[in-house]
Design a binder for this molecule. Structure first.
Ligand SMILES: Cc1cc2nc3c(=O)[nH]c(=O)nc-3n(C[C@H](O)[C@H](O)[C@H](O)COP(=O)(O)OP(=O)(O)OC[C@H]3O[C@@H](n4cnc5c(N)ncnc54)[C@H](O)[C@@H]3O)c2cc1C
Length: 384
């Protein structure tokens, strides 16, 4: 009897585990192998940026150990195991010297933090926080410390600023942009969020970069590009994420910003699929939970013999900045439109419409957040 080749999923983040759960509802027989470079514990990544406010250690954020996941999913899970190459022509991949063969392969290996060069002694205190292990390392390092410098004023940088402030830290945010979340929201909404964060004590240094870090006695001195200095104990790097594409590219798969997949989440190779932060679905790479859930449901069906195209409805994102609540429906990059802004102070309603008046996106802050559900009804789907 010939051996039944497994479905292999690379990655045990929300994309990998959600797909495995959805697929197991439809196929209880085919062997499942999951491979992850980290410890394989199941957790919800969005919780990493409100863990201090909620007083949650990394341990407390664990929803299930890999052993429990393996049992629940009737799967083998290789933890602390890095896929080093994919060989699409022979339906196999490599873990260093070891070969693994697959029936179908799903790439759910996420995105990696962008790193900016900082001169001086930055390495010891510079923390990207993109998974539970990063978070655990940061929490350990932050014990007994007081001052955190955050690099980046995007969505994640602002969430960490709010969270660390709520956790009792002094927070300085340094970013080269002139407003917070420059690629997501118009200036008025950005001003509302910045003012909300400043009201709880966050200090912003916008239009500047961190040039170097120098150790001095029990703290570090951060030199900013305008010649000023800030004292800090730790630096959180939140300057953005980029989809992991290198191994896919080396394997000859089509790659743009992310790994290129069609609406059925299939890459340029028949037996290889991708979803989550690493995937660019029909030209769209969205690094949020809602899209990956939709992809997991569709892909589970495709992998069990019912080819199913994914559809994205409206995809509003609730930003975890309680100092100034913010919900954003990010306009599709291809769609042409203009922002119109109503409201003032912390309550901003910014609508992005095309020339015909069709709503394409929005940013709501403060009390305007309550209009979210009404507006969602008129938003077009992100992928119809
Ligand atoms: C701090 C933070 C807060 C967020 N908050 C929100 C939010 O509020 N709402 C929202 O919608 N989204 C939020 N997001 C985004 C959301 O969490 C991500 O879109 C989602 O978790 C991505 O899941 P993923 O499974 O694609 O990737 P990941 O969770 O990054 O998983 C990748 C997996 O692949 C493995 N891997 C990588 N390379 C290899 C390799 N070569 N071999 C083997 N394994 C490998 C990793 O070990 C890991 O298991 C947040 C993100 C961050 C960083």
């Amino acid at each position: 009897m010939s051996e039944t080749l497994p479905l292999v999923i690379i990655g045990t983040g929300l994309a990998g585990y959600t797909l495995a759960k959805e697929w197991r509802k439809l196929d209880s027989q085919t062997p499942l192998l999951m491979i992850t470079a980290d410890d394989g514990r199941s957790y919800s990544k969005p919780m990493l940026s409100n863990g201090f406010a909620k007083g949650k250690t990394a341990e407390a954020l664990v929803m299930a150990e890999p052993g429990a996941m393996a049992e629940q999913l009737n799967a083998r899970i290789f933890t602390h195991t890095r896929v080093t190459a994919i060989d699409p022509g022979h339906c196999r991949l490599w873990l260093g010297e070891e070969e693994v063969r697959y029936r179908d392969l799903v790439v759910a290996w996420g995105a990696e933090p962008i790193r900016v060069p900082v001169a001086g002694e930055a390495d010891a205190i510079l923390f990207p926080i993109n998974d539970l292990e990063d978070y655990a390392r940061f929490r350990t390092a932050a014990e007994g410390k007081q001052r955190v410098l955050i690099l980046g004023a995007g969505l994640i940088g602002c969430e960490f600023a709010n969270d660390l402030r709520c956790g009792g830290y002094e927070v300085d945010v340094v970013a080269p942009c002139e407003q917070v979340m420059p690629t997501l929201i118009p200036a008025e909404a950005a001003a509302a969020v910045q003012t909300g964060l400043e009201a709880i004590g966050v200090r912003f240094h916008l239009g500047l970069t961190l040039v170097s870090l120098r150790r001095e006695a029990d703290h570090y001195v951060a030199h900013l590009s305008d010649g000023t200095e800030r004292i800090c104990d730790l630096v959180v790097s939140a300057v953005g994420l980029k989809p992991r594409v290198d191994l896919a590219q080396a394997a000859g798969l089509a790659v743009e910003r992310g790994i290129v997949v069609n609406r059925e989440l299939q890459t340029s190779h028949a037996h290889i699929y991708a979803l989550g932060d690493c995937a660019e679905v029909d030209g769209v790479n969205l690094m949020y939970v809602m899209p990956l859930m939709a992809c997991a449901r569709a892909l589970a069906k495709t992998l069990t013999g019912t080819p199913t195209a994914v559809v994205y409805g409206p995809m509003p994102v609730t930003v975890k900045t309680p100092a100034c609540p913010l919900v954003v429906a990010i306009p599709n990059k291809q769609s042409k439109g203009d922002w119109s802004v109503e409201g003032n102070g912390s309550d901003i309603k910014a609508l992005y419409r095309d020339a015909t008046g069709q709503l394409l996106g929005y940013a709501l802050t403060g009390s305007a957040v309550s209009e979210k559900l009404t507006l969602n009804k008129t938003l077009p789907p992100v992928l119809a």
